[in-house]
Design a protein around this ligand. Structure first.
Ligand SMILES: [Zn+2]
Length: 399
């Protein structure tokens, strides 16, 4: 995603992934597509598509195209995740073929049905860029694959600001539509649950009661974001989850003696140091195993963690990204019973892709949680920014 290495206001927007930050914000894009019908019979056919990357390296891709005939339907496919909405077909990379070096190709295929005529699609787009066989540095934002049924209905006074926020993200995120480790991706991969590691970056001791309170607070705050996806208890725009269970599977500390419990309710990682702070084991971490392969994790996938709650003594402000959230340990421990742990809420927003607003304000004077320091709870504007991410990404999940 993007990276801001300077401290501004209350939040450091940390890198989303070590791979993504190598990409320029203005990456050259371009692609070539070869489409062929490799087999056809009275009601069905088999299609083959070879995509060649003519631009900068790609980490995560989505191929979109439209069938010219209303009766052309994909029924199943391979080497990609396939979905179709109306005439629009979306293929997203599999776990093992998401990286495309310059000039590299990937072949995907599908079987489909047809009747009457079986014309080839006229145009293909890779991560929103039309594949015309040449490389270009786009001056305009790539368009997202548009859902055909779109219950987008923010309050009228927020619609314009929300459009400007999305356009700003399209301009400034290097891989907005291709990035595959948003909180959304993690939640869907887990069928609606999220696992955490607590990185206890402090010399303080923790009682069993405090451990349980840390967990309960995290659950409550996390659900505050998840509630934004519900209208009267029903998921908005196909959102499939109501209550999202947050499970703390591990604690990472420098010294086991800091943890004043003896039960085995969580995995404990002792003196496993990364970034000068304790960390749960990398074989168990989603950030390090985005293919979902936790075969190296003791206890297997059930003990994996998607995000880290990184609590650092003396730390002011916060940081957030696909890896989790980092805030001060004293701040967190003194807010265990707070209704809104607002720095944590802000950082969880980053995990779901939401941006910072240090240099501009889409809703002057109103305040919202993602504009650090301007609100202490999630607002209607935050809610619709969150929903905007979901409506732009949901096609990748076939939901
Ligand atoms: Zn921030």
């Amino acid at each position: 995603m993007k990276r801001r290495l300077v401290w501004i206001g209350a939040c450091l927007m940390a890198a989303f992934s070590t791979v993504a930050v190598l990409q320029s914000a203005y990456a050259a894009t371009g692609c070539r597509v070869e489409y062929s019908v490799t087999n056809q019979w009275s009601t069905g056919f088999q299609g083959s598509i070879t995509v060649t990357n003519l631009g900068d390296p790609i980490n995560g891709w989505t191929l979109t195209f439209a069938f010219p005939d209303a009766n052309q339907k994909v029924t199943q496919g391979w080497n990609a995740g396939w979905s179709q909405s109306g005439a629009t077909v979306t293929a997203t990379n599999a776990g093992w073929n998401g990286t495309l070096a310059p000039s590299a190709s990937v072949n995907v295929g599908f079987t489909g049905t047809w009747s009457g005529a079986n014309p080839s699609p006229a145009s293909f787009a890779l991560n929103g860029t039309t594949c015309n066989g040449t490389a270009a540095t786009p001056s305009a934002s790539p368009s997202s694959p548009a859902p055909t049924t779109d219950p987008w209905s923010p309050p009228s006074d927020l619609a314009g600001p929300l459009d400007r926020v999305w356009a700003h993200q399209e301009e400034t995120y290097s891989n907005l539509y291709g990035f595959r480790n948003y909180g959304w991706d993690q939640l869907v991969a887990n069928s609606g649950t999220v696992n955490y590691c607590v990185r206890w970056d402090s010399t303080a001791h923790v009682t069993a009661a405090q451990r349980d309170a840390v967990h309960a607070t995290l659950q409550r705050q996390y659900q505050k974001w998840m509630d934004q996806m519900l209208d009267n208890g029903q998921g908005w725009n196909g959102w499939p989850y109501r209550q999202v269970p947050v499970k703390v599977v591990g604690w990472a500390v420098r010294d086991r003696a800091q943890l004043e419990w003896t039960d085995a309710s969580v995995d404990v990682y002792v003196n496993n140091i990364r970034e000068n702070a304790p960390q749960c084991g990398e074989p168990c971490g989603r950030f390090f195993h985005q293919d979902g392969n936790y075969s190296g994790c003791p206890g297997g996938a059930a003990h994996h963690y998607d995000q880290s709650l990184w609590l650092t003594a003396g730390f002011q402000g916060g940081a957030g990204g696909d890896w989790g959230q980092r805030i001060g340990s004293e701040y967190y421990m003194s807010n265990l019973s707070a209704e809104n742990v607002h720095i944590l809420l802000h950082e969880i927003g980053h995990t779901y892709g939401l941006d910072d607003f240090y240099d501009w304000d889409p809703t002057p004077g109103r305040g919202f949680i993602m504009k650090a320091g301007s609100a202490t709870q999630i607002t209607e504007f935050d809610k619709w920014m969150l929903r905007d991410f979901w409506r732009h990404l949901k096609s990748r999940y076939g939901l």
